[in-house]
Design a protein around this ligand. Structure first.
Ligand code: DAH
Length: 337
C-alpha cells in the first residue's frame, strides 16, 4: 500500500514536468499502459490472500482512474496550446484594412489651392456663421437683393446667418492686413436651394482676392486663364462674359470650353460649347471703403468658384448629390488620386 501511495506521488511529480504530447504518451505508457507500473502491481497480487488482493485491487483501480483523469486533462491542455485546434488555413483571404482615401471634393480643393499657392497666393479662412454685415452689407449688397430674403439664406437670431458665399472673408482679410494682398479662401457655404442634380444646400467655394496698386482686368484674365489650363489641361479655352455682382465692377462670368466636344457644342455643355466655372471682377470701390482701404490708392480683382462644380467637370460626375451620399462604390473610384 505504501509503495502504491509513493507511486501516485511520483506520477504527480512527473506530470508537472510534462511539456509535450510525446512526453505525455511516454508517461501514460509507464504508469497506466499494458506493461506499466500499475499493471505490474496487479500481477504481483497473485501471492496475496483473497482479502488483501481485493483491497489492493481496489486501490490500484482508484489510482488508475486518478492518473487517467490527470492524463486526459494534460492531453487537452497540450493539444490546445500546440495549436492543433486553431490550425491556420492559408487559403483563406486575409483580414485587410483598406487604406483611407480623399473625398473628391477634398481632391479638387487641394488641387485648386495647390495651383494658387504656386502663383504666390496665401490661404485665409473665415467663419461659417457670419453676420449680415460681412455677408451682405460690406459687400455692397442692396437691401432688396434676393439673397437677403429668408427664402434663399439660412438666417439665425442676432442678425447672423450661415454664410451664402466665401466673399465675406474678402472684408475680414482686408481688415486684418494692409495691402498688397494675394489670398485664396476655401470654405463651406449654405443656401436654401432645393436639392437637385446641380444644387446642394451645403457646398464649397474657393474665393480669390488680389489687391495692389494698378491691378487691372488683364491681371484677372491672365491669372484665371493660367489656373484653368493647369486644372483642366492646356487645350481648354477661357472666355469672360459680362455679368453683375454687387461687390465687383466690372463683373464677369468665366467659362471654359467644353472638354467633351472641344467647344463645338454637345449635350454636356447644353450645345453652347462652354461651361461656366466662376464669377469674377474688379473689386468695387464701396467694398474697399467698407474694409478701410482707399479706392484711390489700390485696385483689386476677385473671383469665386464652386468646388463641387469644378470637381464634377474635372472627374465627369453627373450629379452633385453623389458627393454627399457616402456611397463606397462612388468614393472607391477616387482611390489613389
Ligand atoms: N460670391 C459669388 C457667389 O457666390 C461668387 C463671386 C463672384 C465671387 C464674383 C467673387 C466675385 O469674388 O468677384 O455667387
Amino acid at each position: 500500500m505504501d509503495a502504491l501511495d509513493k507511486c501516485l506521488e511520483e506520477f504527480k511529480k512527473e506530470a508537472q514536468t510534462i511539456t509535450t504530447l510525446d512526453e505525455l504518451n511516454r508517461l501514460k505508457g509507464r504508469y497506466v499502459g499494458r506493461k506499466g507500473i500499475l499493471n505490474d502491481s496487479l500481477k504481483q497480487m497473485k501471492s496475496f490472500s483473497p482479502e488483501k488482493r481485493r483491497e489492493t485491487g481496489q486501490k490500484i483501480n482508484h489510482l488508475k482512474s486518478i492518473m487517467e483523469k490527470e492524463i486526459s486533462q494534460l492531453h487537452n491542455m497540450l493539444e490546445t496550446s500546440s495549436g492543433k485546434h486553431k490550425a491556420v488555413d492559408l487559403t483563406l483571404p486575409g483580414n485587410t484594412t483598406p487604406p483611407g482615401s480623399f473625398h473628391p471634393i477634398t481632391l479638387a480643393l487641394n488641387r485648386i489651392i495647390e495651383i494658387f499657392l504656386s502663383l504666390g497666393f496665401r490661404v485665409e479662412e473665415g467663419p461659417e456663421i457670419e453676420t449680415e454685415y460681412y455677408n451682405f452689407e460690406a459687400l455692397n449688397f442692396p437691401a432688396e437683393h434676393p439673397a437677403r430674403d429668408a427664402q434663399d439664406s439660412f438666417f439665425l437670431p442676432y442678425k447672423l446667418l450661415l454664410r451664402t458665399h466665401t466673399s465675406p472673408v474678402q472684408i475680414r482679410t482686408m481688415e486684418k492686413y494692409p495691402p498688397p494682398l494675394k489670398v485664396v479662401v476655401p470654405g463651406r457655404c449654405y443656401r436654401r436651394d432645393p436639392m437637385d442634380a446641380t444644387h446642394s444646400m451645403v457646398f464649397h467655394q474657393v474665393e480669390g482676392l488680389v489687391v495692389a496698386e494698378g491691378i487691372s482686368m488683364g491681371h484677372l484674365k491672365g491669372t484665371i486663364e493660367l489656373f484653368s489650363r493647369r486644372l483642366f489641361g492646356p487645350a481648354r479655352n477661357v472666355r469672360f462674359r459680362p455679368s453683375f455682382f454687387p461687390f465687383t465692377e466690372p463683373s464677369a462670368e468665366v467659362d471654359i470650353s467644353c472638354g467633351v466636344c472641344g467647344g463645338k457644342g454637345c449635350r454636356s455643355c447644353g450645345y453652347s460649347g462652354w461651361l461656366e466655372i466662376m464669377g469674377a471682377g474688379l473689386v468695387h470701390p464701396n467694398v474697399f471703403r467698407a474694409a478701410g482701404y482707399d479706392p484711390e490708392e489700390v485696385r483689386g480683382f476677385a473671383f469665386g468658384m464652386g468646388v463641387e462644380r469644378i470637381a464634377m467637370l474635372k472627374y465627369g460626375i453627373p450629379d452633385i448629390r453623389l458627393f454627399f451620399e457616402n456611397d463606397v462604390c462612388f468614393l472607391n473610384q477616387f482611390r489613389g488620386l
